[in-house]
Design a protein around this ligand. Structure first.
Ligand SMILES: Nc1ncnc2c1ncn2[C@@H]1O[C@H](COP(=O)(O)OP(=O)(O)OP(=O)(O)O)[C@@H](O)[C@H]1O
Ligand SMILES: [Mg+2]
Length: 249
């Protein structure tokens, strides 16, 4: 039997111009920081932006943005609260601070439910923070959000790169659109990442330097936007055609 929620999801997402899951093979490489800062940057540039945290076991965008005390409204579904100009929704609202013991099909079900009841309205961009690895959530995003264009984060570490290459190969095989690859935590002038991703024929969008002051800015959006990290993210946004929806930007 076809799950009736799947058709509803398409309707819920139909007025969102661009869906961008921020993914990458490994954990701890800056996906959540980049997803959050990307959402803020696009909003600053005048776009209508949503941020969806789908990291069931380690939601962190609310910590990065210092979001507390605001909750979604229930009105013929869920309406995400608007904060710092962004419509924000995290699995944390439903799992609370409790460790979320969901697994396998339960995760899939919770995600389908969330997508089926959320009313985003019209958006230019929905940025999605994805858990590490190519697991259930990523596969469900591919299945349920056919228009999603993945932003892949890597570092120059060989262990990270090997996993990212696997992820790229899988996305390519499934013919999933990829907006490009970003190299994070750059500390040298090495061109290893560029060389390694070349065979995949995906755009290299740019580099984000390691910023030792970044940790101090977590939880404080105005401080975060003043970091070198945020400047690097902005440079990538301004340089990549995939982020240009309006004329003149
Ligand atoms: N360019 C950078 N310079 C310095 N620190 C960084 C940089 N990018 C990310 N970090 C730090 O790395 C840590 C991990 O970042 P983040 O939580 O965004 O990674 P993640 O890939 O989302 O992790 P997970 O896979 O666990 O969700 C954070 O403490 C963050 O402040
Ligand atoms: Mg994360």
């Amino acid at each position: 039997m076809v799950d009736p929620r799947l058709g509803i999801i398409d309707k819920r997402l139909e007025n969102i111009k661009t869906l961008i899951p921020v993914s990458g093979g490994k954990g701890g490489i800056g996906k959540s920081l980049i997803a959050s800062t990307l959402a803020l940057t696009l909003s600053e540039l005048g776009y209508k932006v949503g941020l969806l945290d789908l990291d069931f076991s380690g939601p962190s965008t609310h910590i990065i943005l210092g979001i507390g005390g605001v909750y979604p409204k229930e009105e013929k579904g869920i309406i995400p609260p608007e904060i710092y100009g962004i419509k924000f929704l995290s699995i944390i609202y439903y799992a609370g601070d409790k460790p979320s013991p969901l697994r396998g099909v339960d995760i899939s079900n919770a995600m389908i439910e969330l997508l089926a009841i959320t009313r985003w309205g019209s958006l230019d961009f929905l940025i999605i923070d994805v858990p590490p690895g190519i697991g259930d959530i990523t596969l469900d995003i591919i299945r349920l959000m056919k228009r999603a264009r993945f932003l892949i984060v890597t570092t120059q570490s060989k262990v990270v790169l090997e996993t990212v290459k696997k992820a790229l190969a899988m996305l390519k095989e499934l013919m999933v659109p990829i907006i490009g690859v970003v190299e994070n935590m750059k500390m040298t002038t090495s061109s290893l990442v560029k060389e390694q991703i070349e065979p995949f024929n995906v755009p290299f969008l740019g580099e984000i330097n390691f910023d030792k002051h970044l940790e101090d800015s977590l939880g404080n959006v105005s401080k975060l936007l003043k970091t070198d990290f945020a400047q690097d993210v902005k440079k990538i946004v301004l340089g990549a055609p995939g982020f240009r929806l309006k004329q003149g930007l």
